[in-house]
Design a protein around this ligand. Sequence first.
Ligand code: GDP
Length: 524
Amino acid sequence: MDKPIHEEIASRRTFAIISHPDAGKTTITEKLLYFGGAIRDAGTVKGKKSGKFATSDWMEIEKQRGISVTSSVMQFDYDGKRVNILDTPGHEDFSEDTYRTLMAVDAAVMMVDSAKGIEPQTIKLFKVCRMRGIPIFTFINKMDRQGKEPLELMEELEEVLGIQSYAMNWPIGMGKEFLGIYDRFNNRVEQVRVDDDKRFLAINEDGGLAEPHPMMETSYYKQALEDVLLLNEAGNDFDEEKIAIGELTPVFFGSALTNFGVQTFLETFLQFSPPPQPRITKDKTEIDPYSEEFSGFIFKIQANMNPMHRDRIAFVRIVSGAFERGMTVTVPRISRTFKLTQTTQFLADDREIVEEAVAGDIIGLHDTGNYQIGDTVIGGKSNFLFDALPQFTPELFVRVTAKNVMKSKHFHKGILQLVQEGAIQYYRTLHTEEVLLGAVGQLQFEVFEHRMKNEYNVEVRMEHVGSKVARWIVNEGDVKESMAGQRAMLVKDRHDKRVFLFENDFAMRWFHDKYPEIELYSQL
Ligand code: GDP
């Protein structure tokens, strides 16, 4: 490493981009990688869908879906900072891994489509970030298209998500009439469709453009100026402390596709996003990123890179110290040590063997089935466990059986291991002991089915029982089975806790009205 370790650690910026599908996450990621010099052409990230990796032997689902481990973590350098972007897949790829990835970052960028506003998947991912109290930066995208009024979008942030907002910049027009942005933070106007040397226009003390400019005659400019005045008077103040704890989100308007406002966003983001943050252990000790001893936790396991072997990659977020290839680590859960020789680091278009990495970085450990999601790994003599990763409320459920009843032993063994690993959630009906599996995304079922066949040699039959609203019970003793009625099921989770699976929100509200004394709660 070029710098002393503490400087290396302080230079890390590890974040995820959260959004609803199609808001422009891939597009902005490409632009960021491009600025970081990690790719030569914006357009490479989507290359995964054009069959670029077709020769690799990763599991079928990966190929079909174009998910690739290389795009799980992308790393580049910018302005003396080393940036790690962790991918949070959307669409059908959405799974508990998507949520867990948010446990491994220090900040989040929330992409919003200016025409659509806050969408369902954004809300879900936002909640997880909010629970962690990490800084959230908002990029309102597609300003080159006609969208909602900017003030309306700001209101939506506050009302739908309940987060205060501060507009770092403000659009001047939109769609075909998008002239640029009024950059409140850098005190300048950034113009669209001009040569680079004319890009920035200075603002004088009264808030208007310093030099005469044709733009000043447009209604868009006048409107923007009026809006900015309003924000200055009635809007929230810029407050770094509130940003740091995720109470206030700095908002940037721009257009990822036309690459407008992205670089300014990146630079401001890097200025305010935090370096690696400490993590809490089970016994509530704080592990400082700068402490010498290497430690980290596994937040994701990606299975079957090669179907001929059962190998997987366990993704480790390094919490403290430095990793060196060949080092020995302990996994306290199973009291075992491993020599880390096969480790991977992730770049935009390649996997590379990693030699060194520090707190804030993500490394991939080659796993032959030893690791579990949530595992702590430690490089020194200490013995502690990081706080458990939260459990997420599943929404989709299947009833699962082995196609061949003779395989029932393997079936149960396989399920047990995959459940322990955190790949899927496990429930049983109360008397009949039927197995139900729960997931937050369809992909989890497909991976489950695939792994049962390939790793445990069991073909499974899965029958969809549809989406359900799962709620746990505060005082289980007060609940009788008959309360479930026609529109709910009472089942057990893997810790034998009772869970109601309601058909829908309506059924849940009906239950609330009928049994107001029964207190229910959801996982995250
Ligand atoms: P993701 O699903 O969030 O990764 O979204 P993509 O980055 O794949 O973008 C979805 C679609 O929106 C694509 O057709 C993009 O070209 C388009 N798109 C992304 N950013 C912009 C933008 O700033 N303006 C416009 N007009 N289209 C955009």
